[in-house]
Ligand binder design. Sequence first.
Ligand code: MG
Length: 453
Amino acid sequence: MNRRNFLQLLPGLAAAPAAAQTMPNIVVILCDDLGYGDVGVYGSSIRTPNLDRMASEGMRFTQFTSANPVCSPSRASWLTGRYPTRVGVPKVLFPTDEKGLPDSEQTIAQALKTKGYKTMCVGKWHLGHKPAYLPMRRGFDEYFGIPYSNDMNPPVLLHNEDVVEQRATLDTLTQRYTERAVKFMENSKGAPFFLYMPHTMPHIPIAASKRFRGKSPQGLYGDVIEEIDWSVGEVLGTIKRLGLDRNTLVLFSSDNGPWFQGSPGRLRGRKGMTWEGGVRVPFIARMPGKIPAGKVCDAIASPMDVLPTVAKLCGITPKNALDGIDIWPLLSGQKKDVERDLLIYFDDVNAQCARMGRWKIHYSRYNNVTYSPAPAGGRVNLLLQTPELYDLSKDVDESYDVAPEHPEIVKQMTARLEQILQGFPEDIRSAWAQTKQKKNAESRIGTVSRQAQ
Ligand code: MG
């Protein structure tokens, strides 16, 4: 019998972590543009044995909803626990942008620093690439990665704030991110750590290393996901090897839905849309002994919940008022659902949809399909002729508008939406006021024309 087996026989010591360290390590692995249907355990034919095992050893969520359908704003919500529209990052940042996530915001890394955590960001930052906004200024001890999307020029690779490659070699990127992440965890042994690992992949242009290229029956996209899955296996294997399995919370997810390749599963829409396919993403949580194994959670959850949950676990009082909530009661298996305010779906500065329990309501939509040419006169967010209401418990792909059958739900959700929006910055309130002035004159952006019936 080894020492750990012996300790587990002693009732008072059974729950003690392997190391003397008591603060939990936090690992967040975030893919870029990975769809709800791109992981084996979520129904994909792509081979993801490590993620499937992670889900079988932990909990996976079926209604984890990003706070925005594109990269920068989604990341802002992951790191701050607040709506991206509240923190000044409502849209994607480009290399021409001078600004990023404002200093008034506290990131998870900054919050954990107050408890002496070692912190590293490995991967795509995308919250401002000018020095004042880079990870090293936002609570991270070390950074390695491309500071924005890999289709932006130049896709420069940084270590801390130094340029390592002017044009990052993309095919070995996942492999190199993994090596850096493993090294960081090895070097942190003995001190609590926060590893934030936002992968560059599978955002286009996609690339995989030689070991994975041409191996998946699902083409290059499949190769890329299989390599990410391998990377997850390396991270989990390292945590186990270091004896930190029971004291490390590992979260795996994506920033938004799939773009041109990839699968949203049965959901309607893709990246850049507030249909579920644009925002609902895989979310797997693992912490053996604390999170029950092999569970599926159907409660609504959001990336905005990560900071409040981590803060609660680590005894931290966040600096700002948060939009997310502590979901530890869900993760620990104590509750099947938690009380949650109306969840708003923004695209850019525009409030387009809202969610309350099983109901999702659509209020507004752009006058063109996302990533298609803008119509003459430009892209405009228009109010639908009448709100569309979907019962996601029966209609997961938002196909059947039941607003006329449930006027009281429409009224209740709309009243709460108006109330919540009053607490948002001026640009967001003004965008909503403008949308309401632009009622859609035609039925084409809506799925059903009530007037034509
Ligand atoms: Mg993305």
